[in-house]
Design a protein around this ligand. Structure first.
Ligand SMILES: *[C@@H]1O[C@H](CO)[C@@H](O)[C@H](O)[C@H]1NC(C)=O
Ligand SMILES: *[C@@H]1O[C@H](CO)[C@@H](O)[C@H](O)[C@H]1NC(C)=O
Ligand SMILES: *[C@@H]1O[C@H](CO)[C@@H](O)[C@H](O)[C@H]1NC(C)=O
Ligand SMILES: *[C@@H]1O[C@H](CO)[C@@H](O)[C@H](O)[C@H]1NC(C)=O
Length: 469
C-alpha cells in the first residue's frame, strides 16, 4: 500500500542539510515562532511547504536535526580526522584524533553465553537497566567520562569530548555522548576482533541515560534499535505537554527546571527553557521521529509524576506518525508499566515479551511481528489527530523525487532563531540506481535499488530491511 522509503537514509548520515540546499526549502528566521501545540513534523519550518514524499522527509529530517542542534542539543561535530581502535581482553580501546588533539576511551564488552559471533550488541549508556538479552553482547559505555553530567554549571564542558573540542563547545552532554556512540560504531567496524555484528547494534539507557539513548539513536543512523527506558523530560517527553502537566498540578520535570539541574543540553536551550518552550520550532516527538524507519521501543513507568508519563505518551503517539507515514509503524512501539521502582525493569511481565519482540526482530534478525505494541498502563487517551496537542493528519509518503521547491543553494544555513551555524558538507551520495553506504537496498515493500556502490555489500538485517554495509 505504501511505497517503500527510498532516499531519506542518505540524510540520516548527515548532521546538516547543506547538501540538500538545492532541493530542500529554506528554513526562515524563526525568531517569532510560537506554537502551543506540538509542531507538525509534516510541514517545513517555513510554515507552508508540506512533506509529501520520502525525499521531502529527508529534507525535513535534516531541518529538524539542524534546529535541534542549534536550539537545544548543541552541534554534532563533523566526522573526526581519525578513529583508531584495538581490542584486548574485553576492552575496545578507541583513540579519536581531530584538530591536532587526541582522546582515548575504552568501552568494555560483556559477551553473551550463547549465540554465535559476530554478536549483535546493545550500547549501554552507563550500562543497561533492561535484562541482558540472550545472544546479545552489551557494550558498556562510560558516558559520564565522555561528558560529565553531575551538576550545572560545574560539570559543563568537562569530559573527554571537551578535551578534544574545547570546553566551550556548544554540545551539551547528550550530544557529546551521541558523538561517542558514533565513534564506537566506527571502532567496531574496523575491529573484527571485537566480534560485534555492526549491522545489529542497538542503544539503551535508563532515566538520564535514557534521554541520552534517544539522542544517540536519533543522530547515529547505524543504530538499528533505540530503547529508551523511563527517560522522562529531555528524553521521550514533550516539553510542551510537561509544562502543561506542571501547570495543572502534576509535579513533572520541565525545561525550566532541567536546565538548572544539569548540563544535558546546550546553553542555547536556556533562552527557550527560561521563557517559553512554545517558541521551539520542534518538540521531542520530532527527535523521536528522527529514528524512523529504524527500530524504536520506549519503556515507560507511570509510577513517577516527575517522569511525566502522559507527556511521554503524547510525544510517542505523535512521533509514531512519522513511522506511519512511511508505512512502517510496526518498527516503533512503546509500553508503560507501573508498580515498580525507577529503572527496575519488570522482568517476566507482558512488557518483557514486548521488549523481547523488538530485540528478536531488530537485533537477532528474526521474523517477529512487532505490530501494534503500543501499551498504556495509565488508561491514557491521546487520539490522533489531537486537536489540542497534535493537530495534523498523517500523509502516506510516496517514493520519488522531492516536490518541494528549490530556493537556496547556499552552503551556510541560518536557521536558528539566534545562532548562525556555518555548515560543513559531509560526504553525501546522489541518488542513482545503486544504493550508497548505509542506504537501504532491500526488504519487504522495497522497490528501490538492490545493489550497493563498491565496496559495500547489500546485507539482510531483517526481512523488512537490507542495508549497504
Ligand atoms: C491541563 O488542563 C487544561 C485545561 O483543562 C487542559 O486543556 C490540558 O489538556 C491539561 N494538560 C494536560 C497535559 O493534561
Ligand atoms: C498496581 O498496583 C495496584 C494496587 O496494588 C493494582 O490495583 C494494579 O493492578 C497494579 N498494576 C499493575 C500494572 O500491576
Ligand atoms: C501482527 O500483530 C498484529 C497485532 O497483534 C496483528 O494485527 C497482525 O495480524 C499480525 N500480523 C501477522 C502477519 O501475524
Ligand atoms: C522508488 O525510488 C527508487 C529510487 O529513486 C526508484 O529506483 C524506484 O523505481 C522507485 N519505485 C517506484 C515504485 O516508484
Amino acid at each position: 500500500m505504501f511505497p517503500a522509503y527510498s532516499l531519506f537514509l542518505l540524510v540520516a548520515y548527515m548532521v546538516v542539510p547543506a547538501a540538500w540546499a538545492q532541493t530542500c526549502p529554506t528554513t526562515p528566521s524563526l525568531t517569532s515562532y510560537l506554537s502551543t501545540s506540538l509542531p507538525d513534523p509534516f510541514t517545513f519550518a517555513d510554515g507552508s511547504t508540506k512533506v509529501l514524499t520520502l525525499d521531502d522527509w529527508a529534507c525535513r529530517r535534516a531541518e529538524i536535526s539542524t534546529l535541534l542542534q542549534n536550539d537545544e542539543l548543541g552541534t554534532m561535530p563533523a566526522d573526526p580526522q581519525s578513529v583508531a581502535a584495538s581490542f584486548s581482553g574485553d576492552t575496545l580501546t578507541i583513540t579519536v584524533t581531530d584538530g591536532g588533539k587526541s582522546i582515548t576511551f575504552a568501552p568494555t564488552i560483556t559477551y553473551p553465553s550463547m549465540g554465535t559471533a559476530p554478536f549483535p550488541a546493545i550500547i549501554g549508556m552507563g550500562g543497561i537497566s533492561i535484562p541482558s538479552p540472550a545472544g546479545v553482547a552489551i557494550i558498556n559505555f562510560d558516558n559520564e567520562g565522555m561528558a560529565n553530567q553531575d551538576s550545572n554549571p560545574a560539570s559543563r564542558g568537562v569530559g573527554l569530548f571537551f578535551n578534544l573540542y574545547g570546553s566551550s563547545a556548544s554540545a551539551g552532554a547528550m550530544m557529546a555522548w551521541a558523538w561517542a556512540v558514533r565513534r564506537i560504531m566506527d571502532a567496531l567496524e574496523q575491529t573484527p576482533a571485537a566480534r560485534i555484528n555492526t549491522a545489529r547494534v542497538g542503544v539503551s539507557g535508563c532515566s538520564r541515560d535514557g534521554k541520552g539513548a534517544v539522542v544517540a539513536g536519533a543522530f547515529e543512523p547505524r543504530i538499528v534499535l533505540t530503547i529508551p527506558q523511563e527517560s522522562g523530560s529531555g528524553g521521550t517527553d514533550s516539553w510542551r505537554i510537561s509544562d502543561s502537566l506542571l501547570a495543572n498540578g502534576t509535579d513533572t520535570q520541565t525545561a525550566s527546571e532541567i536546565i538548572q539541574e544539569n548540563v544535558w543540553f546546550s546553553t542555547n536551550f536556556n533562552q527557550f527553557a527560561t521563557t517559553s518552550v512554545n517558541k521551539l520550532p520542534f518538540d521531542h516527538h520530532m527527535l523521536i521521529g528522527m529514528v524512523a524507519p529504524r527500530g524504536f521501543f520506549a519503556i515507560d513507568n507511570i509510577g513517577y509524576d516527575w517522569l511525566g508519563p502522559f507527556s511521554s505518551y503524547g510525544a510517542l503517539v505523535s512521533g509514531r506518525t512519522i513511522w506511519q507515514s512511511m508505512g512502517v509503524a510496526d518498527a516503533m512501539g512503546y509500553s508503560q508499566s507501573s508498580n515498580h521502582s525507577h529503572c527496575v525493569f519488570p522482568t517476566g511481565t507482558a512488557q518483557q515479551m514486548q521488549l523481547n519482540a523488538f530485540i528478536d526482530r531488530f537485533l537477532l534478525g528474526q521474523a517477529v511481528n512487532t505490530s501494534g505494541i503500543t501499551t498504556t498502563a495509565g488508561n491514557y487517551v491521546f487520539p490522533m489527530p489531537n486537536a489540542e496537542w497534535a493537530p495534523w493528519s498523517v500523509p502516506a509518503l510516496t517514493n520519488g523525487t522531492s516536490t518541494t521547491t528549490a530556493s537556496s543553494t547556499s552552503s551556510t544555513s541560518t536557521i536558528s532563531s539566534t545562532t548562525t551555524v556555518s555548515t560543513t558538507t559531509p560526504p553525501v551520495s546522489t541518488p542513482t540506481g545503486v544504493s550508497q553506504h548505509w542506504e537501504q537496498c532491500g526488504g519487504i515493500g522495497w522497490s528501490g535499488a538492490t545493489t550497493c556502490v563498491s565496496p559495500f555489500t547489500c546485507t539482510v538485517l531483517n526481512s523488512y530491511y537490507s542495508q549497504c554495509l
